[in-house]
Design a protein. Structure first.
Length: 550
């Protein structure tokens, strides 16, 4: 009689094809290795001198960027631990909107330090407890690293200083221009009555041609379209907005018209024309000189709009229509009618403008702060303009954080070195096993300024030693000078700041993610389901936006 071999616990209650991994070597250390590999892809993108990555996603769309959020999202990691790191990056991107690379690199450095301790004989739970303890002590002390406050948030010149460091990490060459654009747009839409700042009130339009220096800010909205009628410019516009096509409505079912002679045919066509002319004339008599519709303009309607000298603008995105309604202070009508006077939009100027041979429609409010501002980005390639857009997004999100909490910490590695010095101080005071964990925690923070110096082509060890010595000797606000070896800079004097909330969120997410990954001691994978791939491609319009007309 053959001897039966007992099955493992997982094999007894799971389908054939399921897999299970457990133990330090198979799970904990391999999870750390997977996260380390992802971190290695992002380290060279860190800081103003970071290198670009050319990423081609699953639908063959190209991205040339140093933005960690974009890289992590489009890489589509498969390893479970690397996916946790991707989710953490997404959390930072959707929350403060800046500091994604900082969070990922810091989390990976914490995991790598934990891996070294585990290989040296410490248990994962000892490392976890040490990280939790030092994180708690750090949160109690972190307010002492604040060096300034953003006071003049309605002065574009001052706001530019606060946003400059964020922009430099993405676009070093054009940092002055981009931070100027972001500051002007943010101040334009910021409420002086204390209302929350809404990043959706700043619209970014990309028009190929020219250079980044040709980019401008418009107090209003800009659409990459041409006028549907002969009239191209209107001063003191009264705008009627319609959430439907400006055309003869068609019934869902087919209709049959029986005509017995030519007179009936002529009267049928003339009645239709008379009805269209009546509608357009009523709009003209109400003082309306601009019509905006969320659909096509019929030929007959265009003819009578030209006759009564009314400008027609077609929008293809429902989100653009909503923003325009908010800007003009008028709702969109569900069907073609004459809106009451209090439901008409008011605009100082609506005009068609040509940029590099491409037509744009501009809704502009001159001489006043408006609820919507548009940043028109110019550039040689779409990839370049997309990267500038990501830099603007980070700057705008930084302004949003400053309206909530105006505290600032030092940029150029200053804050990270201050934290690392404090953690080393705590580690030297500790006589338990936790001191080794604290040392690794401090080294993880040192990895950020070291990577900043390394990407700038400097000797990171010498730069770090110089900055620590200088901070101890004279000034705590000393940061890395990425342009010259052996030099340092005063971040207060040079106005290189980071938003306090962005740094706080980044270090919280990094520590929580590292602890969560270290707590995993077993991976159980069910057999993959059959059938087609459930990940459908994301709908996109030709400009690369994901908010096309639904």
């Amino acid at each position: 009689m053959a001897l039966s071999i007992p099955q493992s616990f997982q094999s007894r209650f799971m389908k054939d094809g399921a897999r299970s991994f457990k133990g330090l070597d198979e799970v904990v250390l391999r999870n750390i290795e997977a996260c380390s590999e992802l971190g290695n892809q992002l380290r060279t993108t860190f800081g103003p001198n970071g290198m670009n990555k050319l990423v081609i996603n699953d639908i063959d769309k190209e991205f040339i960027t140093t933005d960690a959020a974009t890289i992590v999202r489009e890489l589509d990691a498969v390893h479970p631990a690397a996916q946790l790191l991707s989710f953490a990056a997404q959390c930072v991107d959707e929350g403060p909107g800046d500091g994604v690379n900082t969070a990922v690199i810091l989390a990976v450095a914490l995991l790598e330090g934990a891996g070294e301790l585990i290989r040296a004989g410490l248990k994962p739970i000892e490392v976890i407890d040490g990280y939790i303890e030092i994180q708690k002590l750090l949160m109690e002390k972190i307010d002492s690293f604040i060096i300034a406050k953003a006071t003049e948030l309605h002065n574009p010149g001052e706001v530019k200083k606060y946003l400059k460091a964020s922009v430099m990490s993405k676009q070093l060459i054009h940092a002055e221009k981009i931070s100027e654009l972001a500051a002007e747009a943010c101040v334009q839409v910021a409420s002086k009555t204390g209302k929350a700042f809404n990043v959706d009130n700043i619209r970014i339009v990309k028009i190929p041609g020219g250079t980044i220096r040709d980019s401008t800010v418009v107090n209003g909205m800009v659409f990459h379209r041409a006028s549907e009628t002969d009239r191209k410019s209107v001063e003191e516009a009264r705008v009627a907005l319609f959430a439907c096509p400006f055309d003869i409505t068609q019934t869902e079912t087919k209709g049959t018209v029986l005509l017995s002679n030519a007179e009936e045919l002529m009267s049928f066509a003339s009645n239709e024309e008379q009805e269209v002319e009546k509608q357009v004339k009523e709009l003209h008599d109400a003082g309306i000189n601009v019509v905006v519709a969320a659909g096509k303009f019929g030929d007959l309607y265009v003819h009578y709009l030209n006759k009564y000298n009314i400008m027609g603008v077609r929008l293809v995105s429902k989100f653009d229509l909503r923003r325009l309604c908010r800007m003009l202070g008028a709702p969109a009508q569900a069907n073609i009618c004459v809106p009451p006077l209090d439901l008409l939009g008011q605009c100082d100027k609506v005009h068609q403008k040509e940029l590099s041979g491409q037509q744009t429609i501009v809704f502009e409010k001159t001489g006043q702060t408006g609820s919507i501002a548009s940043i028109v980005i110019r550039g040689a390639t779409m990839q370049q303009m997309n990267d500038v857009e990501r830099a603007l997004d980070d700057a705008i999100n930084n302004y949003k954080l400053l309206t909530r909490d105006n505290r600032l910490v030092g940029g150029a590695g200053t804050f990270e070195i201050q934290v690392a010095r404090y953690v080393e101080y705590l580690a030297n005071k500790n006589s338990t096993v936790s001191q080794y964990v604290m040392h690794k925690f401090g080294q993880a923070y040192q990895s950020l300024p070291k990577q900043l110096a390394k990407n700038a082509g400097l000797n990171e060890t010498q730069v770090l030693a110089l900055l620590i010595a200088e901070q101890k000797k004279s000034n705590a606000c000393i940061g890395i000078d990425i342009f010259e070896f052996g030099k340092y800079l005063d971040v207060k004097k040079e106005s290189i700041y980071d938003a306090y909330l962005a740094k706080l969120k980044a270090i919280e997410v990094a520590a929580d993610t590292a602890i969560q990954i270290l707590r995993v001691d077993q991976i159980i994978m069910a057999k993959p389901a059959g059938g087609p791939d459930l990940k459908a491609p994301r709908p996109q319009d030709p400009e690369g936006n994901d908010d096309g007309m639904a």
